[in-house]
Design a protein around this ligand. Structure first.
Ligand code: MRU
Length: 320
């Protein structure tokens, strides 16, 4: 699979996640405005992928001249919750005094690091899962998309599935569809299909029932921002999953690169949570499904308190 975010011929090239699973195609982004639009439409999404896209966006702005810092600010604020976006922008921007080539070199180095960090973090997490769960092969539960498509390559929580599947240790994955934008049924299911891993898509509301029936050995999720106290912001529905997992004694493991840790934020209650348009709920596939004028509560993320999390795993190791 090609890199989800890359640089070619003076432009950013992304795998278009809005087109999947129907079509696997790339989009070429030549301006900061095109990049910001792609981020806001979720054509590129997932915390580590956003970090890479943010860094390459600064390179784009640096080659185009003008007020690079203002452009960098526009990219960093395209979405508020995943700290990786601002992290990627800041790290690339630090090279601006050395010129546009230095900015691009830094961004490219970050792309290379991303895959390595994800492989390492998910390998640590795979060992933790094997320690925490007795049953073989394993039945895992995934929320949102945390695979190749959410990163430059490989993935975080879904990266654990790749490691375990390579060792013949995965029976199947229950894939939360992930309302309302269906990152689970559109993207995670597509990745598992490509990799030949058995899976079933389920409505988000079925997750607690699956645990009650004893169908889940471990829940694996990613993160968009991890506060200093270990609270985790991730896709809406993660908090409910953690409560259900704690109730049923199912290990709940968060896998993320250290670029997702934000030590400037003391607790999860200080994390800014993106709220998205009502139409994502009141319409389905372009058809209105709620009454005219229906109001909506549509937070894209929630915060899971550290006490509900078995462990947060990064490339540096396991934090219980
Ligand atoms: O709104 P999205 O699709 O960008 O949300 C993504 C998630 O919540 C992921 O779980 C998170 O970014 C971790 S991806 C490795």
């Amino acid at each position: 699979m090609r890199r989800t975010v890359d640089w070619a011929d003076g432009a950013i090239v992304i795998v278009d996640q809005v087109a999947l699973p129907g079509e696997y195609r790339t989009l070429v982004l030549r301006t900061v405005t095109e990049l910001v639009d792609a981020i806001q439409r979720l054509a590129v999404r997932g915390a580590p992928a956003l970090g890479a896209a943010g860094a390459l966006g600064v390179a784009l702005a640096a080659y185009q001249g003008g007020d690079v810092r203002a452009e960098a600010d526009r990219i960093a604020h395209a979405r508020p919750t995943a700290v990786n976006l601002a992290w990627g922008v800041q790290r690339a921007l630090a090279q601006l005094p050395h010129g546009a080539d230095a900015v691009l070199a830094e961004a490219r180095a970050m792309l290379d690091e991303d895959e390595q960090r994800n492989r390492t973090a998910s390998a640590h997490a795979a060992e933790l899962v094997l320690d925490a769960c007795q049953r073989r092969p394993l039945r895992l539960l995934s929320h949102c998309n945390t695979g190749h498509l959410a990163t430059v390559a490989w993935g975080t929580a879904l990266g654990v599935v790749w490691h375990l599947h390579a060792r013949g240790l995965v029976e199947s994955v229950l894939v939360d569809e992930t309302r309302p934008l269906l990152q689970g049924s559109r993207l995670t299911a597509w990745e598992l299909e490509q990799a030949g891993v058995p899976y079933r898509v389920q409505p988000d509301g079925a997750a607690a029932a699956a645990m009650a029936r004893g169908l889940v050995d471990c829940v694996l999720v990613g993160a968009d921002r991890i506060a200093a106290n270990g609270d985790v912001a991730n896709k809406i529905g993660t908090y409910g999953l953690a409560i259900a997992a704690a109730h049923h004694g199912v290990p709940f493991v968060v896998v993320a690169p250290t670029s997702t840790v934000d030590k400037t934020i003391a607790t999860g209650s200080d994390i800014a949570i993106e709220e998205r348009a009502a139409a994502e709920l009141t319409e389905f596939g372009g058809t209105q499904i709620a009454p005219d004028g229906a109001a909506a509560f549509n937070p894209a993320f929630d915060v899971t308190p550290a006490k509900l999390i078995t462990a947060v795993v990064t490339e540096n190791g396991v934090y219980r």
